[in-house]
Design a protein around this ligand. Sequence first.
Ligand SMILES: Cc1cc2nc3c(=O)[nH]c(=O)nc-3n(C[C@H](O)[C@H](O)[C@H](O)COP(=O)(O)OP(=O)(O)OC[C@H]3O[C@@H](n4cnc5c(N)ncnc54)[C@H](O)[C@@H]3O)c2cc1C
Ligand code: FES
Length: 256
Amino acid sequence: MRPVTLEVTERVKEGDGIATLRFDPSFDVSPGEFGMFWIHGVDEIPMSFAYEDGVTVRGVGEATNAMLELREGDTFGVRGPFGTPFDVPEDDVVIVGGGTGMAPVALLTEAAADAGADVTTLIGAGTADELVFEDRLAAVADVRVATEDGTAGYEGLVTGLLDEVIDEMGEPSEVASCGPEPMMSAVLNRFDDRPEDVQCCLERYMKCGIGICGSCCIDDTGSPVCSGGPVYTGDQLTNGEFGVYHRDAAARKEYF
Ligand SMILES: Cc1cc2nc3c(=O)[nH]c(=O)nc-3n(C[C@H](O)[C@H](O)[C@H](O)COP(=O)(O)OP(=O)(O)OC[C@H]3O[C@@H](n4cnc5c(N)ncnc54)[C@H](O)[C@@H]3O)c2cc1C
Ligand code: FES
């Protein structure tokens, strides 16, 4: 598949070292789908769609920092959309997000609200400056925030806020999560009696993005996260590497 050339139409600063790039053309995407974005002369990297015409980038290295340098009129490329997306909930759902996991969480919150679901979205961040999409999602869902330093909302981890919300509202019919893997693992553990009702969106080291190279396969099922995932239900993730380790570019284990 040849990359499609994208032109940056808008750059929005979301927080410290985080920005959203809107681009033309847009794509017909489902929540959780990603693209392999090609930053000319630098690298090709996986990134979730945050909008049908946008990605939200956190600068962590060469390629992401080069993306943050792009301005209106600049171009980059994409192959995709790829991956198995979230099943969009139609009943009551709690969606838990953090970090750049907020990109799929935002699309899922909007799609679930559109489908008539009663949506509560919990956003976790280290500090208030890192909170992404709070206003965007408050338009369609009950949004609660948690910051580790207490600068906004609940003080502590978003999983503590999840406990508080469940005490207040009871257990939701469905749960979805995307963000740091220890966070998703804690969410899944909270519902370990019904893992099939919990959807988690994973990140793994990706090269081809289409299930060929094997660099993103997870133990112990061998499922390629780029095509079998990135969204899995909890019952597909028990007794494997989920929440324990992932692999780097050379396939060495890195423990969370
Ligand atoms: C399905 C998926 C969706 C993602 N969505 C987003 C998003 O919406 N926004 C965002 O900012 N980031 C997202 N990421 C993470 C993003 O791909 C990495 O931050 C990026 O590849 C880092 O590249 P770099 O050159 O800037 O940094 P590097 O210095 O090359 O790498 C920094 C770290 O990023 C990870 N990484 C590097 N290359 C890859 C790769 N090819 N595949 C997976 N991980 C890699 C590694 O853990 C590495 O240690 C997503 C990753 C995946 C797999
Ligand atoms: S990135 Fe090649 S199989 Fe998933």
